[in-house]
Design a protein around this ligand. Sequence first.
Ligand SMILES: Cc1ncc(COP(=O)(O)O)c(C=O)c1O
Length: 535
Amino acid sequence: MQACTGAATPKIMGSIQYPCTKISINPTNCSLKGSNNLSFTDNSIKISKPISRFSFVSNSLVTGRPPSSVSVPAPGVQDDLSSFEDNELSDADPEVYNIIGKEKDRQFRSLELIASENFTSKAVMEAVGSCLTNKYSEGLPGKRYYGGNEHIDELETLCQQRALEAFHLDGQKWGVNVQPLSGSPANFEVYTALLNPHDRIMGLDLPHGGHLSHGFMTPKRRVSGTSIYFESMPYRLDESTGLIDYDMLEKTATLFRPKLIIAGASAYPRDFDYPRMRKIADAVGAFLMMDMAHISGLVAASVVGNPFEYCDVVTTTTHKSLRGPRGGMIFYKKDTIFGVDLESAINNAVFPGLQGGPHNHTIGGLAVCLKYAQSPEFKAYQNNVVSNCRALASRLVELGYKLVSGGSDNHLVLVDLRPLGTDGARVEKILDMASITLNKNSVPGDKSALVPGGIRIGAPAMTTRGFKESEFVATADFIHEGVQLTLEANKLIPKTKLQEFLKFVASPDFPLRDRLLDLQRRVEVLTTQFPLPGL
Ligand SMILES: Cc1ncc(COP(=O)(O)O)c(C=O)c1O
């Protein structure tokens, strides 16, 4: 791939290559504004290639390489307005091209701390952007409803094998379905496979760190589809320790007698006590499922406990700590449990139960990701995620913050801001204005879901960009500055509603604007020293 020359190239990897593949080769088109900042100078783009109306066969994946060397103009179609103009994105749709450029620039500058996000690789993106997207292949390898699937079969089989290898599983005992479109559909597919409508389930409550798809409902509304079709009763944290209250789970499970207990969370900084959960599930005759979406990369690298030793089914997303394309997987024991043959029940729930044709481009990207997940580099990356997160947590504690559970064993920390007299929504906004991206999050004891009392901070994304412990200490200091600015802003308009606060801080007259801009500048000086992977 043609890359820009000059100092910017190593810093921004794929990001700078993206616009450069489209433009006449002139390094000034990819300019650095200021010292470290990448900007897309869209108005300087020159189209160097004539628009082609053709059918072509390229021997490569969609890498951005001009296909002109193998273009074969289809005879007689030059003037046919209905023919297919296969132009590159910047020619075909400059509006979308420019939006992608702006998003890439935002990702490059931001201090990305959303615990569920990551930066996937160029190789994964190449597979996801390939011809695999064209193919229908309903069914499983060797059992398809359409023809022409010999290569898709090979790909999906390879992806399945790699999935089992990446999680150190014996293919005699475990199987995997790699077709789920994402995490929530994967979970619903498991419920559909194992349960009858209105069977009972127990998952960690959403305000205590669980996920919507584990059955969230409020007193007024069955919010998640899971709680509409199944009867859900949550378990929670012990508010005095911030740890899962397994005693309460045991007591309530004994009364409620769920058919499924779900381990896993979206905002829980500690590991799960799988042996204890298995014991509880066995005592009440329930399946035990782990949704390891957040920590699947850590599980693959064996830096946290192994859910496969204790669970019947394990689901995951593939785009969080695993760092693959946006998708999902379901691992199942090859056993019959409570009269359910897990393999056929789960495969049938995926297709034809809830999905149609698999997203083969995603499965291609996933296969690439799962190959990498077996490498020593991936293990080192996951170790860094955990050590970086610990460094972040320690610095925040040093600065006086209260962390839910007091620290972290995994990739995220949860900060309780209520002792400071502010909330996650206000801090999230101020940090966002300083190019620090994280999310407000409820903490145990919160009254309002809209204005929760905490923030969730994750280490996977910036660790991918090369941050080490010292940069995570600096990150904690930046967050602290943002929190201090939030407290000062609160004093300027005391006792306002959130909406008024958001309007106040976004106005050009916000008195702390210059200090916020200075914080943003320093944040971006740090982030832009670290390359952004991908196309
Ligand atoms: C634990 C857990 N499970 C499932 C999901 C849902 O994944 P998706 O957004 O891909 O549907 C999430 C998303 O954040 C999650 O945190």
